[in-house]
Structure formats: structure tokens, C-alpha cells
Design a protein around this ligand. Structure first.
Ligand code: MRU
Length: 366
């Protein structure tokens, strides 16, 4: 997607040297677009842990490239296992991290040591390219949901609510929740996006608003607590969110606050859809609430807020009395019964084991 007319992906190999890895530092958005150069596995791990890159599919792609950087230093089987385990420990909830590293290991383990570096870059490149293609396909399958609503209310805009950032910045390109919106926007459907600010890290206010704005998509940032009220007053036609892990039964882990939006949508008969590439499905778990590990992040993300001060400088300020402790669970799980459906690269399905297996029959016995 584009920033000020220039097309970007969220991760790519540096054309100048052919081996280091470029990312957009998402901790600096929306204030500045700063491109970082990752040269070591430690820098890749730091980028994931510190959320310079974030979003489930992008975390997976950066970890894959991180393993390629690691292999430039040590191609031994021991180092391969050690560095993959270290990358895998950087963030716990998004299953794409484990998925990408398992795929890299399956490709690299059988090879001779001297073949591993080139193979790692090639496999990481395939992971990135496939993610971009899958996200575009999510857009193709999701856009008709928006078009159907538009057809039911001629002359009026379609209002879509989204939570967190599940746009191109959270993936390699296109996004998951935002891909259907970009596709519908390309089709000239009159639409508008309610963007949850998504405290505590403000991925909605900082990132979703940034990328929608750069693409010219009409949007309005709202406080996280506003969604239920807007739904009660007919101001939301559909909710579309992304996800960090979906169980084989269709439970959806996503950024904290998603569950409350699903409850409000359910109570107001607003369809609640989830966009995801198949790399986000964890076929090994069935009970999302009990089995998906929920990342607990630093309380300072709750007690402190960063923004641009009136003097133009970016500043971080405390918004909680000193001495008050803060808790910061970063994700929650929306049970499948509250999810209208899943939008995947293979099409749309019910949020259930039968629904997912209808699209991914090869998982029947897994
Ligand atoms: O903590 P983050 O920013 O890495 O959160 C992950 C996400 O971007 C969201 O939960 C998103 O909605 C799903 S990932 C496309």
C-alpha cells in the first residue's frame, strides 16, 4: 500500500546490500515514517518484542527473516534450533510467529549447513509474498459483505467499525480486517470506518487512522467505549476485526477490547466478521479462553500516553496517579458463538470447526 504515493511493504530485504532487512518503525508512527535496518537476529527479536513491528502476520514474516539473519552468523543445527526458540519466545499470543518459525525449521533442518542461508532468505521471501497475496484474497472475499450492505441502503454510506490495527502495517501488505475495506473503497462503495483508538497502545488512533488517511479512506477515530452506543443508534453496519489466533473451533483471540465489541454487536444484531490468513489458525487448540496464552504487557503502557504536544514535540506523559498500579492484558478471546463469520484467503465460513474444515479439508485429521 502507499504512503504519500510511494508503495511500501511492512518488511523487505534491503536492495542496497541484498541481505539486511528493512522495517517501518511502528513505534514512531504516526509522527514520523522511519525506516530501520535490521542486521542481526537480536535486532529482529528486539523489533518484535518492542513492537517496532507488530500484528500477527508481520511478526511471523519478521521472525522468518530474523532466522535468515541468524544463519549468516552460524549455520549449525544447534544455532538454528536455539535462534528459532529465542525468536519464538518474543511474543506469546500471535500464532503466526510459531507457524512461520516451524515452516522455516521444516525447510532448513534437512539441508546441509552451507545451503541454509540462501534457503532461509528464499523461504522468508515466500512467507512474505504469500502473506501479501493471502491478505489481498481476504480483501476480495470480504468486499462483497460491504457491497451487500451498500446495496441494501442506496444513497447512504456503509459504516464499518474496526478495532486495533489489522491493516497493511500489521501484515506484509493489504491487511486482514482492512483488506475488504480497501477493496470496497477501490470499487467506489461509499463507506466510512469507525476506528477504535485501542488503548493502551493506541494502534487504532496511531496506525489504522494513519494508513486509512494515507489511502484516502473516510474514517473517524472514536474512544474505545463508544462502539456500543453507536451500534444502538444504527451507526454501525458491520464490524470487521483481525485476529492473532483462531482456534480450530472458531474462537478468536484479538487485541484487548475486541470481546466487548463482539458482545455489543451481538446485542444489536450487527454482523461481526473476522479477517485472517490461514497462518493465524491454530489447529492444535479448541478452547480459546482456556488454551490461548494471553500476553501480559508492562503496566506503563496503561499509565503513560504518548502524543504530539501543542508545541509540536512528541511527548510521553503519565495519566495515572503515581502509586496506582496498572494491569495490562494485551489480548482477549471472543467465543465463536459471537462471531458471524471468518474471512480467509480461501473464502468465507462460519466460525466453527465445520466451517473452517469446509475451507481447509486437508486439516480434517489433524
Ligand atoms: O499487540 P499487537 O499490535 O501486535 O496486536 C496485534 C494486532 O495487530 C491486532 O490484535 C490485530 O487486530 C490482529 S493482527 C492482524
Amino acid at each position: 500500500m502507499k504512503i504519500d504515493g510511494t508503495p511500501y511493504r511492512s518488511v523487505w530485504v534491503n536492495e542496497q546490500d541484498g541481505w539486511s532487512v528493512r522495517i517501518i518503525d511502528q513505534t514512531k508512527l504516526p509522527w514520523t515514517v522511519e525506516i530501520l535496518r535490521l542486521t542481526t537476529v537480536a535486532e529482529a527479536a528486539h523489533a518484535i518484542r518492542s513492537m517496532q513491528v507488530r500484528g500477527a502476520p508481520l511478526i511471523g514474516a519478521v521472525a522468518a527473516y530474523g532466522l535468515a539473519l541468524a544463519l549468516r552468523v552460524d549455520t549449525s543445527a544447534e544455532a538454528l534450533e536455539r535462534d528459532a526458540a529465542m525468536l519464538n519466545s518474543t511474543r506469546p499470543t500471535a500464532v503466526n510467529l510459531r507457524w512461520a518459525l516451524d515452516r522455516m525449521l521444516a525447510r532448513l533442518r534437512p539441508l546441509a549447513a552451507q545451503e541454509r542461508v540462501a534457503a532461509a532468505y528464499a523461504e522468508a521471501g515466500r512467507i512474505a509474498d504469500e502473506d501479501a497475496a493471502q491478505c489481498e484474497a481476504i480483501g476480495t472475499h470480504g468486499a462483497p459483505l460491504i457491497a451487500e450492505i451498500a446495496a441494501r441502503k442506496p444513497g447512504k454510506r456503509v459504516n464499518i467499525l474496526t478495532h486495533c490495527n489489522a491493516g497493511w502495517l500489521a501484515t506484509v501488505d493489504w491487511g486482514t480486517a482492512l483488506a475488504p475495506i480497501y477493496k470496497a473503497f477501490e470499487q467506489k462503495i461509499d463507506l466510512h470506518v469507525w476506528v477504535d483508538e485501542t488503548r493502551p497502545r493506541n494502534q487504532g488512533a496511531f496506525l489504522t487512522a494513519f494508513e486509512l488517511g494515507k489511502h484516502g479512506v473516510p474514517h473517524t477515530v472514536i474512544a474505545d467505549n463508544a462502539g456500543g452506543h453507536l451500534m444502538q443508534h444504527g451507526e454501525v453496519d458491520i464490524v470487521i476485526v483481525g485476529t492473532d489466533r483462531v482456534t480450530r473451533t472458531g474462537d478468536v483471540a484479538n487485541k484487548i477490547g475486541t470481546y466487548l465489541k463482539a458482545l455489543a454487536a451481538f446485542d444489536n444484531n450487527v454482523p461481526f466478521w473476522v479477517g485472517l490468513p490461514s497462518s493465524t489458525i491454530d489447529w492444535t487448540v479448541s478452547d480459546g479462553v482456556r488454551e490461548i496464552p494471553i500476553e501480559e504487557r508492562a503496566g506503563t503502557e496503561v499509565t503513560m500516553v504518548t502524543g504530539r504536544a501543542l508545541d509540536g514535540n512528541v511527548a510521553t506523559v503519565r495519566v495515572v496517579p503515581s502509586g496506582s498500579p496498572a494491569a495490562n492484558p494485551a489480548f482477549d478471546v471472543t467465543p465463536a458463538r459471537l462471531v458471524t463469520g471468518l474471512i480467509t484467503e480461501r473464502g468465507n465460513c462460519a466460525a466453527s470447526e465445520a466451517g473452517l474444515l469446509s475451507l481447509f479439508p486437508e486439516r480434517q485429521a489433524a
